[in-house]
Design a protein around this ligand. Sequence first.
Ligand code: C2O
Ligand code: CU
Length: 513
Amino acid sequence: MKLTKFIDPLPIPPVLKPKWKSADYTYYEVKMEEVKQSLHSQIPHTPIWGYEGLYPGPTFEVETGERVFVKWMNNLPEKHLFPIDHTVHGAEKVKPDVRTVVHLHGGRTEPESDGYPDAWFTKGFEKKGPFFTKKIYEYGNLQSARALWYHDHAIGITRLNIYAGLAGFYLIRDPRERSLNLPSGKFEIPLLLQDRSFYEDGSLFYPEQSSEHPTEFTPSIISSFFGDTIVVNGKVWPFLEVEPRKYRLRLLNGANARFFHLFLNSGQPFFQIGTDSGLLERPNRVQSLLLAPAERADVIVDFSKLNGKSILMKNDARTHFPIGDPVDPGTTGTVMQFRVTKPLSSMDTSVIPPFMETIHRLPESTAHKQRFLQLSEEKDQFGRSLFLLDQKKWDDPISENPQVGTNEIWCFVNTNGDDHPIHVHLVQFQILDRLPFDVKHYKNTRRIRYTGLPVAPDSGERGWKDTVKCPPGHITRIIIPFFPFTGRYVWHCHMLEHEDYEMMRPYWILPPY
Ligand code: C2O
Ligand code: CU
């Protein structure tokens, strides 16, 4: 199917309206619904699953410290949009096909509201998973301004539920951010970047089987999904008309497995001002940005000298990343188009601040513990790739059990050829460094032999993070303060096909002694 690029305008998800708002708290209700939505004007409407019937879901706009309650409701049909592999843990035949549970990614959320993968529920809460927690989730928002996102997290089918459309932005605001005079209002644009494939009838295509390592049975989970079109805010290759001024783009990689290495074909730089978890200390001027699944970047782009021009946002990240096939510049190498065609509606008084906020580096000496956790690739009984964390599966006993109020260093020892984006629920962390090591030697002896000097995090990674790229052949070290809650959470690779198939582990935050 050949689709013409840049014939559909970029949709901006509407801001979600609360059902109730008082000085004490705000209450929302969100229904998940199956609807048909136009993802491109040359293909018939596509059945999708959306929060409030929208893909992407409506955007939450909340204030730091605002107490927010959300009743997430599953109003989806009984049949899934995609084939379910029942050999995957948590997705056995006895389980209902359509199960959902919502996670606020990057949120400092109590365990009962965090969307534990086994806390799923079906339509009308009729059936509930073994760890069902609460019907109404509470978010304390005790975090500075940042872009979080909410998405489905049901065990064994997260890749399918998010692929169906269950994802949206959740923006936290605070006075500090407002005082910086960043581009705002209609000059602040959230961009959810994903990839999708389609059937001729407009429905979404998700493979039943791996083409490289087919199994005797279908449907069978694949090791990573890569679509053949790029979809931004639910439109294939959209365009956005902009004024000749500065814009703030809230970039989010919401793809199942695709990395995006973004750049503008006009040679314009990105001024990165924030990461996954809030503002950087100073703007980071870069020609390109690498975003792994679930990572965010807060950037300012200045279109003021480009009046009348069309600019493409391009992508040249290989699939798999970093050692797979190059992208086709004509398809997945192109993300979207900006057209500087709107007249200037008012003077642009916004700024790229020279300084945003102080970020205190956590000294290594504050860590109570250092854990080495291997990221490895094994084979399952059917010869399929199986990615594991510390050689353990989801069902193995909990082994990571930090004490609340302490810092730990987690070292991700990647012995496999893919870069894996590791996400730890509840916490924000800092990246210490990445150390190249001898993978063969490690596999044979379990001993680490370093082969080079530590690599400092990129300048765009020197703020707080909740998802970290762990490149192959490197030990990626992060320092994590565990607070403020105790209880059961998860950590996992955010490539959704990995996460669904054992590359996810529960962990406990223990109370103080
Ligand atoms: Cu974005 Cu465990 O999730
Ligand atoms: Cu992975």
